[in-house]
Design a protein around this ligand. Structure first.
Ligand SMILES: [Mn+2]
Length: 205
């Protein structure tokens, strides 16, 4: 975050990040580092990392190094120039609330799907409040309207592989969480500044 600024290329931020991984003693990355600015942040698993960052961009970093043959997986999104715009901040706050709700639901005895249910409800609530969805909360959830902005699951098992082995369902029912399980909680909202097929107006901003 301290190194990033407008005019640098994504791969330069990647170099700073991976330099710290190596210096700290990690022999390799857990997976290819995603350093995605502006519209690239809307491309899931983008890892070309070739774009020159501009004033006003958000930068999404999804990266993790290996330690003792175990992988980390950390995602953060921040403004390249150091300050969010009002709409960027509003969306960031919704995603943060969704992440905290997802983490709160990740408790022994709850089912795995409770994490996604909690996160997507907060995201849909936020999208309705921001004026990005045409209907109310329950309809947005039932009709999956929120998927225009949130098109993936909320996490996965984490261990020796970043997407570690393990069942998500047992006998077709979402698995009950147990002490010692390790998983990620990583909701997001994807607003592509270059998308012209959809016009949305964030009313709260
Ligand atoms: Mn992940």
């Amino acid at each position: 975050m301290r190194y990033a600024r407008p005019g640098l290329y994504e791969y330069q931020v990647q170099a700073a990040l991976e330099y710290v991984f190596r210096v700290a003693g990690s022999p390799r990355n857990g997976y290819p580092s995603i350093v995605a600015s502006g519209p690239n942040a809307c491309i899931l698993h983008y890892n070309e990392n070739t774009r020159r960052m501009e004033e006003g961009d958000l930068l999404l970093i999804d990266a993790g190094c290996e330690w003792g043959y175990h992988s980390a997986d950390i995602t953060r999104t921040f403004p390249v120039s150091g300050r969010f715009t009002a709409p960027q901040r509003a969306v960031y706050e919704v995603v943060l609330r969704a992440q905290l709700a997802g983490i709160a639901a990740a408790r022994p005895g709850n089912r795995y799907e409770a994490i996604h249910e909690a996160a997507r409800r907060v995201l849909a609530e936020g999208l309705v409040a921001l004026g990005a969805l045409p209907r109310g909360l329950e309809e947005s959830l039932a009709m999956h309207h929120y998927r225009e902005f949130y098109m993936h699951g909320t996490g996965h098992w984490l261990g020796m592989d970043v997407h570690d082995v393990g069942d998500y369902k047992i006998d077709r029912a979402s698995r009950v969480l147990e002490p010692g399980m390790v998983l990620t909680v990583e909701p997001g909202l994807y607003f592509d500044p270059e998308r012209e097929t959809v016009t949305y107006h964030l009313r709260a901003c």
